[in-house]
Design a protein around this ligand. Structure first.
Ligand SMILES: Cc1ncc(COP(=O)(O)O)c(C=O)c1O
Length: 402
């Protein structure tokens, strides 16, 4: 008699986790006790925050906190439903109206997160019989959105408009029956801090009749006039870039995603995006805090100006010290050290010296490109930035990176 093989249905959970631990690829959660301010309490230690996405320091801004508190008082803590049924509150509509005005778009639609925006909208904009053409370094939420779409996919070399042109021309020549072509790119690339050449991308896309979708998660609140984002940075119009996606979880300091563009786009997006239709809407304090963030961006331009002042100063001094800070043009400044082990050692030493800046290692970046990804924050003082530089210099010399 043959003994039946007994499967262990969940054994893979421990095995796969252990494999990550063995390669030091597992995530260890660092815990903030208190707000994300320049100096934070992290794992019980007072550290200078140097790697959050809270570019403008808005996550602890008094106007955002007051707006959230007030919304709890007036609207409660939950919306009670998904947006299309009973979960659209006046706060959600007001946020969309104000955001569209800030962005200079006909309309905006707010999603629960930036990830939900890409994962929900992309599969509707393109499907079977369409082609999505994507930068090789696009964010994971775009990659997942593309996978869900069932469209054909082509990848062009990072920020390489010539390669994009080649892909578009090839599609035109060999597959003229595609219904739609969609070119998609991050606006600012999150690992390197470089900016997509969106002006040239838009031009090539127009020449080939393709729609352009930009993910401006790291450009909003950072690039362009008063932080209006990448379209403003390149002086592009809505006919150049038809779909602008963004997030409230970075410079806006709260959480949530959005798509901005024409009224047609928004009508289409909210009637079709499954992540929007089938998932609960933002709690009132979230919507109110996002609304207050738009007000702050409009009325307090000093935060964006300060972010850039500190960014320029930090980049200059890190370069002068001899660090490899890559090709960044934005407040994301990678400090590239090579092997994963080196990046981890540098991060650990920085933490001992009082600076919180985590390593980014393979597979998030190439094996020899491990780095500490620093992100500037407008709420830092001059002394804070000097403190961080000092720590980098000391650790860099001790570890023979300098
Ligand atoms: C380029 C990019 N797109 C989208 C997202 C997702 O945004 P959210 O945090 O709002 O889900 C992120 C966040 O890491 C991002 O960096």
């Amino acid at each position: 008699m043959v003994t039946p093989m007994i499967r262990d249905p969940t054994g893979f959970l421990r095995q796969e986790y252990q494999a990550l631990v063995d390669q030091s690829l597992d995530w260890k959660m660092r815990v903030l006790s208190g707000p994300s301010t320049p100096w934070c309490q992290i794992d019980g230690k007072r550290l200078l925050m140097f790697c959050s996405n809270n570019y403008l320091g808005l996550s602890n801004h008094p106007r955002l906190k007051a707006a959230a508190e007030e919304a709890v008082r007036t609207h409660g803590v939950g919306s009670g439903s998904v947006r299309p049924i009973a979960g659209t509150m006046d706060l959600h509509l007001e946020l969309e109206r104000r955001l569209a005005k800030f962005k200079g778009a006909e309309a905006s639609l707010v999603f629960q997160t930036g990830f939900a925006t890409n994962a929900g909208l992309l599969p509707q904009l393109a499907g079977e019989g369409d082609l999505i053409i994507s930068d090789e370094l696009n964010h994971g939420s775009i990659i997942d959105g593309v996978r869900l779409s069932r469209a054909d996919k082509a990848v062009y070399k990072h920020a390489d408009v010539e390669d994009l042109t080649r892909v578009l021309a090839h599609a035109e020549e060999h597959s003229p029956s595609y219904r739609r072509l969609l070119v998609i790119t991050d606006g600012v690339f999150s690992m390197d801090g470089d900016i997509a050449p969106l002006d040239r991308i838009a031009k090539v896309a127009k020449d080939h009749g393709a729609m352009v979708y930009v993910d401006d998660a790291h450009g909003e609140g950072v690039l362009g006039e008063g932080g209006r984002g990448i379209l403003s940075h390149f002086h592009l119009s809505r006919s150049d870039v038809q779909v602008e996606m963004g997030t409230f979880s970075k410079a806006f300091g709260v959480v949530g995603g959005h798509v901005s563009g024409s009224q047609d786009l928004v009508n289409f997006a909210f009637n079709k995006s499954r992540t929007w239709l089938l998932s609960g809407s933002h709690p009132p304090p979230v919507a109110a805090a996002c609304l207050a963030a738009v007000d702050v961006l409009e009325q307090e331009p000093q935060h964006v100006a300060r972010l850039w002042e500190l960014t320029r100063r930090f980049k200059r001094s890190m370069k002068d010290l001899g660090f490899n800070i890559g090709r960044s043009e934005t407040p994301i400044t990678p400090v590239i050290v090579g092997e994963s082990r080196r990046a981890k050692e540098l991060s650990d030493r920085l933490m001992e010296l009082g600076v919180f800046a985590l390593p980014i290692v393979f597979p998030m970046v190439a094996k020899d490109q491990a780095r500490i990804r620093t992100i500037m924050n407008a709420a830092l003082t001059d002394e804070d930035v000097a403190f961080a530089q000092g720590a980098f210099e000391k650790a860099g010399r001790e570890l023979k990176i300098l």
